[in-house]
Design a protein around this ligand. Structure first.
Ligand code: 1GP
Length: 248
């Protein structure tokens, strides 16, 4: 029941890196799932995250099982809220928004979701989610009603990460938010990576191989790219980034 966590921990233990793409279920039509899955399988991507800040329709209920059936790699829910918890994925990032002080996102929603998750058979990945200021307010800032960690305060990020690890969370996700103007600073990523032993996921605003390389070299174990593929499903990054990651 912890296959995905073991896969992520093994990557880290071997000093290797992982690449996840983020699929917004509202923006992928059911009739495009097969072609999208074909591209993702061909590109040697390690993980597919599914989620968004809002849901505009019920698409996610069909998209998740369809992606799972069509993809070679784990499909992991990255829920923006409890309405996005849907069966059929391999695992779910069970997110505590530890950069914020909104009790619903630290424990309240978890209490509501717990019985459903216990019944679902999905692997649950307890993850400390850290929202980092990225130059402009993002959907997550607004929807979570939380203040992000200031861009230039790596020590706050490191202490937050340490607290998450000490609380028993198994992974950390530092996020500048989808479409972030700039990626999280390498100083902050190194401060966090040096402060904890658990795997570190980093996303938000990665649009180029150069940015991805900087984030990985700073200490990210897994990088997440969403927007760059949403705007161009044939982005060369789909192949460039797995090739970059294979060099580690
Ligand atoms: C957002 O980290 C993800 O939660 C991905 O960000 O869409 O900017 O790539 P982008």
């Amino acid at each position: 029941m912890s296959a995905v966590l073991h896969q992520i921990q093994a990557l880290k233990a071997e000093g290797k890196k992982g690449f996840a793409i983020l699929v917004d279920p509202d923006k992928l039509a059911m009739h495009d799932v097969a072609s999208m899955a074909g591209k993702i399988n061909a590109a040697k991507i390690d993980f597919v995250f599914v989620g968004g800040s809002l849901l505009m329709n019920e698409n996610i209920r069909q998209i998740v099982p369809a992606l799972k059936a069509a993809l070679d790699m784990p499909v992991i829910l990255f829920p923006g809220n409890i309405l996005q918890i849907t069966p059929g994925a391999d695992a779910i990032l069970f997110l505590s928004l530890i950069s914020g002080r909104n009790p619903d996102l630290l424990i309240g929603n978890h209490v509501i979701a717990a019985p459903l998750l216990k019944q679902s058979g999905m692997e649950v990945l307890p993850t400390g989610y850290m929202l980092i200021d990225s130059g402009r307010p993002t959907s997550v800032n607004y929807m979570s009603n939380t203040m992000p960690i200031p861009f230039d305060k790596p020590e706050i990020a490191a202490c937050t990460a340490m607290a998450g690890e000490l609380l028993g969370l198994r992974m950390l996700y530092m996020d500048g938010g989808s479409g972030a103007e700039k990626t999280i600073s390498t100083e902050m990523i190194s401060a966090v990576a040096g402060a904890v032993d658990i795997p570190l996921i980093v996303g938000g605003g990665i649009r180029s191989r150069r940015q991805a390389e900087a984030v990985l070299k700073a200490g990210a174990d897994i990088i997440v790219v969403g927007n760059a593929f949403e705007t161009d499903a044939d982005s060369p990054l789909m192949y460039d980034l797995p090739e970059l990651i294979a060099q580690f």
